[in-house]
Structures are given as C-alpha cells and as structure tokens.
Design a protein around this ligand. Structure first.
Ligand code: CS2
Length: 516
C-alpha cells in the first residue's frame, strides 16, 4: 500500500471536481454524467448494489449511452447524504483478487435520497413518471414474508402498521404498494419492480407481498398492477462484504483521495434476469447480464452451491474459531466437509442449467471463497440465517428426502445455525452477539431448555415460519439435526464435523447421541 505521504485530513474528497485529476490507474466514467436523467430507482444502496447493479449500469452507459441515471434510495440506515451525497453519487469500486487491485470510479448514481424518517421522499421518486425501473436490495427480511411459505407476514409490526396507515408506510412492500397507487392515480405509466435479493423466486415473493397490500386497498389497484407492473425474478452474484475503515484508508493511501463510499468486491459477477418487463428496460444484457425465460435452475445453483457453502462455512467457521470465509475454507477439515456436502448432496438436487456445468460451478465457487483479499466476516454471513437457510439448505434437504436420499451432510449447517443462535443466548454465556429476527425466540428457548440437545432441536424445529411442518416432522431430518446440534454444542464442535467427514454418512447417523 506504500507509506501515507500526507495526513488524512489533507486528502481531497472524491467528487466531480476530482474526476479529471484521478491517478491514471483509476478508471473513471467515459460518458457525460451531466446528460444523465433519472430512469432507474434503486432501494437499498449498500455495498452489494454499488458493486453490482450500479456497475452494470455504468458499463451500459459507457457502451451504449442512454439516459438511464440511477436514483439511490435508502429507507433504512445508513444515511447516504454524508457519503455518496457529498460525492455527487461518485464512489470507488475496488476489485480485489489476493494481491491484485483494480480501481474504478462508478458514475451511474446521479442522485441519492434519504428516506429513513418518512416514506415521502422515496414515494416522490418511485411515483415519478421518469422512473420506469425500480431495482432493490433490501435484504431477505425486507420483504416481510414468511420464509417457509413466501406469503406476506401479516403479524409483522411494520405490516400491521402499514395496513392501518397505507399512506405513510414503513415497510418495503407498503412503500411499493403506495408508490404504485400514486402512479395509478396520476400518470398511469407502467413500471418493472426488480428484486435483486437472495430469496427464491424473488419476483414471485415481491409480487405476492405487494399484491396482498393492493388487494386490501380495494380501489382497483390490484387490477392496475396486473396490467401495468412486472415483477421478474433475478439471480444476482458478486461477493461484496461490508466496507471497512481499512478499505477507505487503503484508497486514500494508494490513490491519494478520500472516498467515504468505497466498495470492495471480487472479480466474478453474474446477473440472470427473467425476461418479463413492463415499460422501458435498460439493456443490461448488452453488458453481461443474461435474460432467460426460466430463472429457477440458475437461482437453485447459486443459492444452494455458492450461498450454501458460504452459510456452512460461516456457522461452522464461527464455531471453529475462524473470523472470515477465506480462513474457514483454508481449514482442511471445513474445506473437505463443504466440498463433500456440495458434491455428494447438493449437486444431485440441481436442475440442468443452460451453459453451466454444475460440477465446474462447485469448484469455481469454492475457489472464489479462497480469495484472501475479500475479508467477508463469518458473522456477517451468519446474520439473518433464519431468512437464508430455507433456500440455501432446507430446500435441497427437502428435495433429497422426497427421493429417499441421505441428508447427513446438509443437516450439519442447519444445526450450525441453531448452535450459533443458542450459543449467543444468555443461558449459554453470550458467546457472541447474533443478529437474526428469530434470535430472541431462540434465546428464550435456550433459556428454558438449557443443554438438552434433543429438546432444543425439537423446540427450534417447531418454528413453522422457518421449518415447513412436514419437513420438521421427518424423522431422518430430526435425527440428523439433533445429533449434529449435540456435537456442535459440545466442547469440541469440530469433532462432530470430523466424524461426519470420516465415513459413510449413514453409519454416522447410527452413532449414539451424546447425552444432554
Ligand atoms: C452472503 C451473500 O451475506 C450473505 O448472506 O452469502 O451476501 C453473498 O456474498 C452474495 O449472495 C454473493 O452474490
């Protein structure tokens, strides 16, 4: 990184005035930013959006200039005004592969809107006739759906609020339904709402939650949506961990300017979008995105393999004392476990994917996770596991059980998620702070039950918002989860991983459970 030549305070901040004076190794927008007009709105301007959809849009503007400027909206913290806002939407996107760094300033975000205190600023943008495409990365829990069924969670406090106050919504589904209502009653222009979150059939789930609101309005909104709004599903991929102070300092040390909105990602990127739109659409397919009729095989591949591996390494990694993914996958035991799980159990559940060899995809995914410059914390990936394990682990488990196939390996990270939340509870000494919508409920279960693994597993499996009752009742699944949880809560959690790796998995199931 070289020595810091000037104190931090002396460095100029990134902004339009600096664009002409950037160091030559930093790529910058080649198009006329001043000519851009708002066309796309994005909700949830985090590291992932800045590393993915905003970069694709920047590529498109460079290649095939059109007016598609992005308006970035946050309806939850952090506020954007102090970072991206001060920089006129400009930020540095670093691609890192071990010791190599590639830097580029992205120019596609032309306005930012902080709408954390009230939905009004977001509604103003989303209902504008200029906006024809709304993309979003609002995290899995932002959809306020029930993970096991995909339906809107009518007991969610924000949903209860929004159904009672539809004109001043708080939740993403409530905000979108209100924006559509405003569009219907003003200019009536069609729009595509494109989810870019890692939930299965994300377009269907988004459509479900928004339509549930519309139906209750009873003012023709549901029919208007049917005729004027598209909810395509999409699979998005690029590993882009939360930015750290060290990343911001690294840009300053290396390139000499201050950028409060730096993002760091890996080289790999992928975007597969269901070809079903309303209104005008940015031609992202001209810059690497793929349009398909059926997204399902792509999303299963990505969520079950890449995300399944990340989630497995995150829980087993934390339990084994590893901070980041790349450290967990460098451990021989965990690497062996995750490769066996993916090849023996996950791969056979995948549909054939046009143009991709699933076996090669597994190897490529594992290789991506070894990148030492991507410092993805296991605790970050472990966050909100209740919203992630259905698509990453439970769906492949369910598919295998339906065919009478073994699930000994895939059950281990499910128990890993349980052990992670149990160990975060007061009763188990608050080993770490866990963030998950079900953390409190599981802490209460742990407080009540203590160290009886079988009773713990029973009580957690009874949470039907996560575990479909027919899966929870399956005796094979229950037995594997209980045995794994018992091992993972022991003083040597890695020993149970070692055992399952050591031999034929059904022999492992016959091991007597450690007494609670
Ligand atoms: C990660 C994802 O935090 C997580 O849940 O598994 O953010 C993952 O890095 C992306 O889906 C990669 O495309």
């Amino acid at each position: 990184m070289g020595d810091r030549s000037e104190p931090v305070t002396a460095a100029e901040r990134l902004g339009p005035a600096l664009l002409g004076r950037l160091p030559p190794e930093v790529r910058k927008p080649t198009y006329d930013r001043a000519a851009l007009r708002p066309g796309i709105a994005h909700i949830g301007v985090g590291a992932f959006h800045r590393c993915h959809q905003a970069e694709y849009t920047d590529d498109l503007l460079a290649k095939d200039f059109d007016r598609w400027g992005l308006v970035g909206i946050n309806v939850r913290p952090p506020r954007l005004a102090e970072t991206l806002g001060r920089q006129d939407g400009l930020y540095t996107r670093l691609i890192r592969q071990n010791d190599e760094v590639e830097a580029r300033v992205i120019g596609s975000i032309i306005r930012i809107v902080d709408s954390q205190d009230s939905a009004a600023p977001a509604l103003h943008v989303l209902s504008s006739p200029d906006i024809e495409m709304v993309t979003m990365t609002v995290t899995e829990k932002g959809y306020c759906h029930i993970p096991s069924s995909g339906a809107l969670d009518l007991d969610h406090p924000d949903i209860v609020h929004d159904l009672a106050n539809p004109q001043a919504p708080r939740s993403v589904p409530g905000i979108l339904a209100r924006a559509l209502e405003l569009r219907m009653t003003s200019h009536g222009r069609p729009v595509t709402l494109l989810s870019c979150d890692n939930i299965p059939a994300n377009g269907i789930i988004l459509g479900n939650v928004v339509r549930t609101f519309a139906e209750r309005r009873g003012n023709g909104l549901l029919d208007w949506i049917g005729a004027n709004v598209a909810f395509p599903s999409a699979m998005v991929d690029r590993i882009a961990p939360a930015t750290t102070e060290a990343d911001v300092d690294a840009v300053e040390e290396r390139f000499g300017y201050r950028d409060g909105a730096v993002v760091v990602g890996e080289c790999f990127r992928q975007w597969v979008i269901e070809d079903r739109f309303a209104g005008r659409v940015p031609r992202w397919n001209r810059v690497g995105a793929t349009l398909v009729d059926d997204l399902t095989p792509f999303e299963h591949l990505k969520m079950r393999v890449l995300n399944g591996a990340q989630t497995t390494l995150a829980y087993l990694g934390v339990l084994g004392g590893f901070e980041h993914t790349f450290e967990a996958v460098a451990d021989q035991l965990l690497a062996t476990f995750v490769r066996r799980m993916l090849t023996e159990e996950t791969l056979p559940t995948l549909m054939s994917v046009p143009g991709i060899s699933p076996a090669a995809y597994v190897e490529q995914s594992l290789a991506r996770l070894t990148n030492t410059a991507i410092r993805h914390r296991n605790h970050q990936i472990a966050t909100d596991g209740s919203q992630k394990i259905v698509q990453r682990l439970l769906n492949p488990i369910r598919d295998r059980l339906a065919k009478g196939e073994g699930i000994a390996l895939l059950s281990v990270p499910v128990a890993g998620w349980m052990a992670y939340l149990v160990k975060a509870s007061a009763r188990f000494g608050r080993a770490w702070q866990a963030s998950d919508p079900f953390a409190e409920r599981i802490a209460a279960i742990a407080g009540r039950i203590g160290a009886d693994s079988e009773a713990l597993a029973d009580a957690i499996l009874a949470i039907d918002a996560i575990f479909d009752p027919s899966l929870a009742a399956n005796t094979t699944f229950r037995a594997h989860v209980t045995t794994s949880l018992d091992g993972l809560l022991s003083n040597d959690p890695m020993d149970s991983v070692r055992q399952v790796c050591a031999g034929p998995t059904d022999a492992w199931l016959k091991r007597p459970a450690r007494s609670a």
